[in-house]
Design a protein around this ligand. Structure first.
Ligand SMILES: [Zn+2]
Length: 282
């Protein structure tokens, strides 16, 4: 596990006692020769009152769900798979949809369980500190770990539901996968015959403006942003980091490798995400 500190751009101390405590904590951290950064972040979590969390695929890899852009990522190992996730190709190519349904049918997501990292974030909610959990993930493992559904902001949608591209009919994915298992290679919408897709945001598909606005507002109104398991290279989700920073929040990045925004963070923890989260949340 390697630890990296970035603390040089913290704003000057305000008059608020809690902010003063945080600034003192930052000074303490520099004097402890950065030897126990997780313990330092743990103290920030203890004094924070409004925490916004952003999660990416890295938090789910310990649950057996491969990420996309990491060293063992789905798209790193098989660039062609990215085509399936592109709306224009999905809608125009029946063969690609048949392959996509088979991929969904055998996806490790259906047997995945929340891990210690997901559980640690539930403790933030139980402590009354969590104001929003913005996630790029489509696996619903945060909700399954026990979060209130209205705290989870799914910027890229969810793969546990299907949506009809024509009429918008929305159903549980399990219902549609049962039709695939029963022999329908590319099951059409039962209401209108339209094309069904997982209720996720594909490449080339518009994001949901209200959802993105909520994610940015939660980032602007927090005093601590935890960015976890994301390479922070996919926008607009990655904008949570500069938005929180500009609003004066402390920013902590927790990931298995360096991210595109490490230079903006007050602390960067690199290592096992589930282990690190377990250490920084009481
Ligand atoms: Zn339909």
């Amino acid at each position: 596990m390697s630890l990296t500190v970035r603390g040089g751009n913290r704003a000057a101390a305000g008059t608020h006692a809690r902010e003063a405590a945080i600034v003192n904590a930052v000074a303490d951290q520099r004097h402890t020769e950065q030897k126990d950064l997780p313990a330092q972040v743990r103290r920030w979590v203890q004094v924070a009152e409004r925490i916004t969390v952003l999660t990416g695929a890295g938090i789910s890899t310990d649950s057996g769900i491969p990420d996309f852009r990491g060293p063992s990522g789905v798209w790193t190992k098989n660039p062609g798979a990215e085509r399936t996730a592109t709306l224009q190709h999905y809608l125009s190519d029946p063969e690609l949809r048949i392959a996509a349904w088979q991929t969904r049918l055998h996806h490790p997501m259906w047997s995945a369980e929340p891990n210690a990292g997901h559980q640690a974030l539930v403790r933030l909610e139980e402590a009354g500190k969590l104001q929003a959990l913005v996630t790029q993930n489509i696996d619903e493992l945060h909700q399954r770990a026990g979060h209130a559904a209205d705290l989870v902001v799914e910027v890229h949608g969810t793969a546990r539901w299907t949506r009809c591209w024509s009429c918008g009919d929305r159903r549980q994915m399990s219902e549609t996968l049962a039709r695939v298992t029963a022999g329908e290679q590319d099951p059409p919408c039962e209401q209108c015959g339209g094309i069904l897709k997982s209720d996720t945001i594909s490449f080339g598909q518009d994001l949901v403006p209200d959802v993105i606005e909520r994610a940015m507002r939660a980032s602007a109104e927090c005093d601590l942003l935890l960015a976890i398991g994301s390479t922070l290279s996919v926008y607009p989700a990655a904008n949570c980091v500069p938005v929180a920073k500009a609003a004066g929040a402390l920013v902590v990045i927790v990931n298995g490798e360096a991210t595109a925004m490490d230079q903006l963070a007050d602390a960067v923890l690199v290592g096992s995400i589930s282990d690190l989260l377990d250490r920084i949340v009481d």
